[in-house]
Design a protein around this ligand. Structure first.
Ligand code: SF4
Ligand code: SF4
Ligand code: SF4
Length: 223
C-alpha cells in the first residue's frame, strides 16, 4: 500500500477540515509532502500514535491549536425553525443535507459525520448536535470519503459545465461577429487591432453578455 493510503486509512474520516486541509485525504497528501502529522485533533493520541509508527517519528501530543476535538455525534435540524436558506448545504462536505430553497431542510443520518461545519453558517441557529455511540458514529465516517469525493466531482463538473457553456456562448458571439464583418465587407485583419483596443477600453470586455443587436450597434459605431 502507498504511504499516502497507509496514512489516510488511520485518519478518522470526519472530513472536518480542522487540520487546515479540506478533508482527510488532503491531509494525508499534506503529510506525505512534509506537513506535521499532529494536526488531526479529532483523531487524538490514538491516531497520532499510528501516524508516528507509519512515519517513524515521535510526536508526543496532538497540536491543540487545531482543535477542539469532535465527539461521536451527528447533527439534527430543528425543522420548524429552518428558513430554507441552503447555507448548510454548501457547508456540508459529504452532501448529508437535503432541502430546496425556502423549504425545510433535513439531515441524512447515514451520511452525517458530525463534522459541525454546517452549524456556524446557519443564520437561525437551528442545527443541534446529537451524541452517538462510537459504533454508530463510525458508520457514516467509514463511507465519508466516497461521499466527499462525489461532492467534489459534482462541484468540479458544475464548474466545467459552466466554463463549457461560457465558451460555447463566446463561440456563438464570435460567429455572429465574423458573419457581420463578412457581410459588411470589412477587412477582418485590419479591424482586429482596433476592435481589441476598443474591447479592452470599454464595457465590451463583457461581450459575452451582448446579443446580436448590440454587436450590430458596436460595428456601426466602428464604421
Ligand atoms: S478528521 Fe478532520 S482534522 Fe482529522 S484528518 Fe480528517 S479532516 Fe483533518
Ligand atoms: S450535516 Fe453538518 S455535521 Fe453532518 S456531515 Fe454535514 S456539515 Fe457535517
Ligand atoms: S442553514 Fe439553517 S436555516 Fe438555512 S437551510 Fe440550513 S438549517 Fe435551514
Amino acid at each position: 500500500m502507498e504511504l499516502i493510503d497507509l496514512i489516510h486509512k488511520e485518519l478518522p474520516q470526519i472530513q472536518c477540515g480542522r487540520c487546515d486541509t479540506p478533508g482527510c485525504k488532503q491531509y494525508a497528501e499534506a503529510i506525505v509532502n512534509g506537513s506535521p502529522h499532529d494536526r488531526c485533533v479529532p483523531g487524538g493520541f490514538k491516531t497520532l500514535k499510528k501516524l508516528n509508527a507509519i512515519t517513524n517519528t515521535n510526536y508526543i501530543s496532538v497540536n491543540s491549536e487545531y482543535g477542539p476535538t469532535i465527539k461521536s455525534q451527528k447533527v439534527k435540524i430543528i425543522e420548524e425553525e429552518c428558513i430554507g436558506c441552503k447555507k448548510c448545504i454548501s457547508a456540508c462536505p459529504v452532501d448529508a443535507i437535503t432541502g430546496g430553497t425556502n423549504m425545510m431542510h433535513s439531515i441524512i443520518d447515514d451520511l452525517c459525520t458530525g463534522c459541525e461545519l454546517c452549524i456556524e453558517p446557519c443564520p437561525v441557529d437551528c442545527i443541534e448536535i446529537i451524541p452517538l455511540s462510537d459504533q454508530d458514529a463510525a458508520k457514516p465516517r467509514e463511507v465519508s470519503q466516497f461521499f466527499y469525493d462525489s461532492k467534489e466531482n459534482l462541484t468540479i463538473n458544475k464548474k466545467r459545465n459552466k466554463l463549457i457553456n461560457f465558451s460555447n456562448k463566446n463561440m456563438e458571439i464570435s460567429d455572429t461577429l465574423n458573419l457581420q464583418l463578412k457581410n459588411r465587407n470589412i477587412d477582418k485583419s485590419k479591424m482586429i487591432d482596433e476592435m481589441q483596443n476598443k474591447i479592452i477600453k470599454s464595457d465590451l470586455s463583457k461581450l459575452h453578455r451582448f446579443d446580436e443587436n448590440e454587436i450590430n450597434t458596436f460595428l456601426q459605431d466602428d464604421n
